[in-house]
Unconditional design. Structure first.
Length: 137
């Protein structure tokens, strides 16, 4: 199965540069400028992984994560937050909203790629456990 990553930020340069790096690393990339656009993109094609900024105008990353958790439930992609805020309270709020990992900017791409790959493995394991549970009935 091909892994798809959805990159969400309100800054086009951030979305485009991360998108190019993930494409070079073999990922299928979806891009969205802001939380509302990201949620709409996930509805059209559910990605394996979401990488999102937290501080965005309109729908914040926190609101996005909560909406995705509500909308997709157990099928929700692994969500990784990128933030310029280093406050531990912000990280806790992001984790409570539904993010699996919170990384403080600036993040080196190899580190982000490692976290994304681990998330993809975790999601694949979660999906196969769900399939096994369905098959056992």
């Amino acid at each position: 199965m091909e892994n798809t990553i959805l990159i969400i930020d309100y800054k086009r340069e951030a979305v485009d540069s991360l998108g190019a790096l993930f494409l070079q690393s073999g990922w299928r990339v979806q891009r969205a400028l802001g939380g509302e656009e990201g949620l709409a993109a996930a509805r059209r094609h559910l990605p394996s992984i979401v990488v999102s900024d937290l501080a965005m105008p309109g729908m914040s990353g926190f609101d996005l994560a909560e909406a995705m958790m509500e909308m997709f439930g157990e099928a929700c992609p692994i969500m990784i937050a990128l933030t310029g805020w280093s406050d531990k309270g912000v990280a806790k709020q992001a984790l409570d909203a539904g993010f699996s990992v919170v990384l403080t900017k600036p993040v080196e791409f190899p580190e982000l790629l490692s976290v994304v790959r681990l998330g993809a493995v975790a999601r694949a394991g979660r999906a196969s456990q769900g399939a096994a549970a369905v098959d056992s009935h």
